[in-house]
Write a protein that binds this ligand. Sequence first.
Ligand SMILES: [Mn+2]
Length: 427
Amino acid sequence: MRINTSQLSDHNNQLSSNHAESYNFLREQLGKKGVDADQLVTQLAGLQIAIPSWALGAGGTRFGRFSYGGEPASLEQKIDDIGILHALTGAAGAVSLHIPWDIPRDAQAIREQAASLGIVFDAVNSNTFQDQKNQAHSYKFGSLCHTEKAVRDQAIEHNREVIETGEALGSKSITVWLADGASFPGQNNLRKALQHTRESLQAIYGYLPADWKMYIEYKPYEPNFYSTVIQDWGTSYLLATACGERAYTLVDLGHHLPNTNIEQIVATLMLQGKLGGFHFNDSKYGDDDLTVGSIKPYQLFLIFNELVYGMQHNNAGNPPLAWMIDASHNVKDPLEDLIQSLEAIWLAYAQALLVDSKSLEIAQESNDVTRAQEILQDAFRTDVRPLLREARLQHGAAVAPLTLYRNLNVRQELIRERGKTTVATGL
Ligand SMILES: [Mn+2]
């Protein structure tokens, strides 16, 4: 199924007078503060978020997986689903492939299909946290950190193949996330596990094409519960530095212990020019992979505030970031869930762009704590939704994506096309 331009323009025409009223009001209000709303709209539309190829199916938990029908059964159908998201939101112009769940049979054909929907290939993701059929060695006790060289070599070779697949698609980066670690004290020699991981990552880095980047993701626990080899941003930073200048740390919002100050991690990494990518989700307790902005929208805003500051004060040459949603959908239609996440990301970005940074700097320099808080919260409490609607309207997407998704009965149409029992590859 594809969303066509007349469906979009019919929808937008119905909402245009209401929208114009709210946008013009906001533009006038912001204008009085010296903020150019039209410029914000342009900046918003420039933030394109990659959708991972594993996010289009029903997500699994340890306890069950409940299908909702019409799941994409092939990579082609996954790209089609992202096309629907991008047509509706104007924000999902990239896909992040997971290998081996989504190995393209015909790279050129997939590339053309994606291009016809306005979608590019962002980072490719390797997987050494599961054993694949006919694999010589098991990753049960780790991959890049493993005690046996043959296992480490196999995992390195897999990453090399993933880079090769990515090259055929036009990707320019690889994300490495490892489940490597130990569930019990004494199980691993902690120092040797880190040394092996460092050597293995350096070997993978050696396979990077000259215009590629490598992102190293961290996570404190799960699936291993006593120690994870790359447990935090510091370890990731250390490894990225050991690999070379095109290796960076990747921050996944869910990969922190409760109440970690993630915005501070962002500030530190951008100061060093070492923040490469960002995975969005939200959580209450752990790596819950919930809809972005559904639990802690203020934290998301504070993170974006640091991202915007980092991009505007980029002395260390931090590269443009790779943005991706990394969430799981257990009780909601994944496409609806992703529409909500995309909205939340643009919202937080728009609010961060609204921060009166000059006044904030004055308040900070003079230690006016109250004023500093007021400035941040004034931006956070501004209803910026008209800016998002305007950005979508200008780019031919839907003023109200979720409303149009439901009005067009997209899910029912996908079930009619694909059936009720298809299952998407992924967790
Ligand atoms: Mn992630």
